[in-house]
Every structure is written in structure tokens, then in C-alpha cells.
Design a binder for this molecule. Structure first.
Ligand code: NAI
Ligand code: MG
Length: 352
């Protein structure tokens, strides 16, 4: 008997519910006639949390999320809540900390179908398939002291041994399941935290003798992911540098409307979400690109539930719509969110 997996659904704001509907339709189609059984638990969060429960992260949402097998989020925020006492985005920072999600993982993959949409030349981008493992709960964004005064300002970059060690294990473990190659990114020629980062990478690396390690300073890395993106597999990077580099990497695929992410903790559920925001500028028009949410669902199936075959089926549906140009305006197409979703569902129904 397989157990029924509990998935908390945070449907989000503006285009959030539009793409969540698409993602769940594809999930339903892809899991039909399989042994994978799931239960969806709707919970208020973000602007929707403010509207339905008076807070962007109600305690009830924290409680159900902690009990769940995975948390699926679309995107939150937007001008409707500009004057709210606690903004929707506050809920996002808090849920990451309540679930102790210390690593944020973003894939950059360019399939044959996507190659023409990349701003890079095909010969550079061909076979690109890497993930960025970004430390999420420490580093420059959380270090103390932090001060803004009239004539001086201070930020602090801080890392503990425990924080660096656990992110390294996360990255090395992922590499073992992928192409067994880790790239450590830092600025160890200048920063103490980066020297520390590199030293611990070396030590942790010894427990993974099948994984090769190389090292890049972050400035050199910004060039390398443009000039030879296909040479990377797993990139392990501190919070601040990872914020910047992961946005740069997203552009390699040609559209932020395609990219999923997951945030991982030591125990408890992972949180899955597209990398983009709630796109208030296009909400309500039925033109939001559902691919990011659909890829997010596939990532959840593969990573939290080990359902690689179902995930592959979904990825094949995404390739199919891109190849046939059944896409929304942000990718140069003329289709609506609903039409694109239906094309994927139909493809999955006939998938062998
Ligand atoms: P955004 O990512 O929402 O939009 C940037 C641009 O990309 C817009 O032109 C938008 O139309 C387009 N875009 C994004 N996703 C798309 C999709 N699936 N299909 C087609 N086009 C798409 O970033 P923006 O405008 O800076 O932020 C809007 C709101 O989202 C803000 O309230 C912001 O705080 C919030 N936000 C939420 C995030 C989250 O939920 N994790 C992440 C980033 C921003
Ligand atoms: Mg960012």
C-alpha cells in the first residue's frame, strides 16, 4: 500500500491562482492511472492569506505545512496589499525560516526545444543542465551587526561551520544523483567567510570521492556561466552571490516564465515554487505562462516523491508545447494559459 501524499497548496496572488490551476491540471493528468496518490490541502498565504485569514502567514498554514509531504506555492504579492501592516512578501521570508529551509535550488536546463529562445548562441548553450544550490538562511542578508546611520552603514557577512557544512552535503548529495561534478563558488581571495567556505567544501568533499570538485571566484563565474554553461553540474554558492548568479543563470533559458525552484530543510517538507513573482501587469488576462508552475510540479514529483517517470512525462509535455510553439505571448506565441495547459494535458493522455 502506498500512502497518500499530503501536498499543501498556496495558490498565491495575481497570476498565482491562474498558473496554479494549470499546474494542478497537469498533475492530475500525469498521475492518473499511476500508483501515486495525493491529497491537496488549500491554505491561505501571502495576499490571499491577508484577505482570507488576516495575515500573510497564518499559524494554521504553518501547522499544516509542517505536517505535509511537500508545499507547493505559485507566487505572491502585489500592489493590492501595498498598505497592509504586514505585506505578503513577509510571509515568504517567514515560511522559509519556520520550515528551516536553508538551501534554495534552481535548475538551469536548456532542452533542444528551448535552444532558440536562449539569448546565447546555440553552440554555447547546447547541453546546458546545471543546478544552483544557494545558501538561504545566513550570509550577508542575515549577519549582525547591521546598521544604517547618517554617516556610515554596516552589513556583516557571517557563516557558521554548521551552516556551511549542511549546504555542502546538500550539494554533494545532489551531484551524486546527477553528473558527479561540484563547482564551489566564493570570493576566497578576499573574504574570510569565503576562505572558510572553500576549506569546508574540501573537507566535506572527501566523503564524496566519486564527485569531482572545482572552484571559481564569483566574478570569474559570472563570465563562465555565459561562456561555457554546459560544463557545470551542481554549483554551491553563498546567499548573496547566489541571489545574483541565479538570476543571471535564469536568463540563459530565455524566459523566467519557465523556471522552477525548491527550498530544502534538514527535515520536513520541501517548498516548491516558480522563480518569478505574481506578475500583476498581466494578471486576469489569461496569458500567464504556465510552464514555470508545471515544471515546479515535475520537480516536486521527482525530488520529494521519487516519481521520476511521472516527472519525465510532464517534462516531455513541456518540450512538446515548446517545439510546436503552443506558447503564451511572453514566449512569442498567441495562446492563452488555458489553451497551453490543455495541450499539455492532451499530450500526457496519449503518452506511452
Ligand atoms: P515578476 O516576476 O512578477 O514579473 C517580472 C516580469 O516577468 C513581468 O513583466 C511579468 O509579466 C513577467 N512574468 C513573470 N512571470 C510570468 C509568467 N509566468 N508568464 C508570463 N510573464 C511572466 O516580478 P515583479 O513584477 O518585480 O513583482 C511582482 C510582485 O511579485 C511583487 O509584489 C513582488 O514582490 C512579488 N514577487 C514574489 C515572488 C515570489 O512569490 N516568490 C518573487 C518575486 C517577486
Ligand atoms: Mg533575486
Amino acid at each position: 500500500m502506498t500512502s497518500v501524499k499530503k501536498i499543501v497548496v498556496l495558490k498565491g496572488d495575481y497570476i498565482g491562482p491562474e498558473i496554479m490551476t494549470a499546474g494542478l491540471a497537469v498533475l492530475e493528468a500525469a498521475t492518473k492511472d499511476t500508483t501515486f496518490a495525493y491529497e491537496l490541502i488549500d491554505a491561505p498565504f501571502g495576499g490571499d492569506g491577508i484577505d482570507r485569514a488576516g495575515d500573510p502567514l497564518p499559524q494554521s498554514t504553518i501547522d499544516v505545512s509542517k505536517q505535509a509531504d511537500a508545499v507547493l506555492l505559485s507566487a505572491i504579492g502585489g500592489p493590492k496589499w501595498d498598505n497592509a501592516p504586514r505585506r505578503p512578501e513577509q510571509g515568504l521570508l517567514e515560511i522559509r525560516s519556520k520550515l528551516n529551509l536553508f538551501a534554495n535550488i534552481r535548475p538551469t536546463k536548456v532542452t533542444q526545444a528551448q535552444i532558440d529562445r536562449s539569448p546565447l548562441k546555440p553552440e554555447y548553450v547546447k547541453n546546458t543542465d546545471f543546478v544552483i544550490v544557494r545558501e538561504l538562511t545566513s550570509g550577508a542578508y542575515f549577519g549582525k551587526p547591521r546598521k544604517l546611520e547618517a554617516h556610515q552603514a554596516i552589513d556583516t557577512m557571517y557563516y557558521s561551520e554548521e551552516e556551511v557544512t549542511r549546504i555542502m552535503h546538500q550539494g554533494f548529495k545532489m551531484a551524486q544523483k546527477r553528473n558527479k561534478h561540484v563547482t564551489i563558488v566564493d570570493k576566497s581571495n578576499v573574504l574570510a567567510t569565503s576562505k572558510f567556505w572553500r576549506k569546508i567544501a574540501n573537507e566535506v568533499g572527501k566523503s564524496y570521492p566519486d564527485v569531482t570538485i572545482d572552484y571559481y571566484y564569483v566574478d570569474a563565474m559570472t563570465m563562465a556561466i555565459m561562456s561555457k554553461p554546459a560544463t557545470f553540474d551542481v554549483v554551491i554558492i553563498p546567499n548573496l552571490f547566489g541571489d545574483i548568479l541565479s538570476d543571471e543563470a535564469a536568463q540563459i533559458t530565455g524566459s523566467i516564465g519557465q523556471i522552477p525552484s525548491m527550498s530544502v530543510g534538514e527535515s520536513g517538507p520541501n517548498l516548491y515554487e516558480p522563480i518569478h513573482g505574481s506578475a500583476p501587469d498581466i494578471a486576469g488576462q489569461g496569458i500567464a505562462n504556465p510552464i514555470s508552475m508545471v515544471n515546479t510540479v515535475a520537480m516536486m514529483l521527482a525530488e520529494s516523491f521519487d516519481e521520476k517517470r511521472i516527472a519525465d512525462k510532464i517534462t516531455a509535455a513541456v518540450d512538446y508545447i515548446i517545439e510546436n510553439h503552443y506558447v503564451t505571448p511572453d514566449m512569442g506565441g498567441t495562446m492563452t494559459t488555458g489553451e497551453v495547459t490543455q495541450k499539455m494535458v492532451d499530450y500526457i493522455k496519449n503518452y506511452e
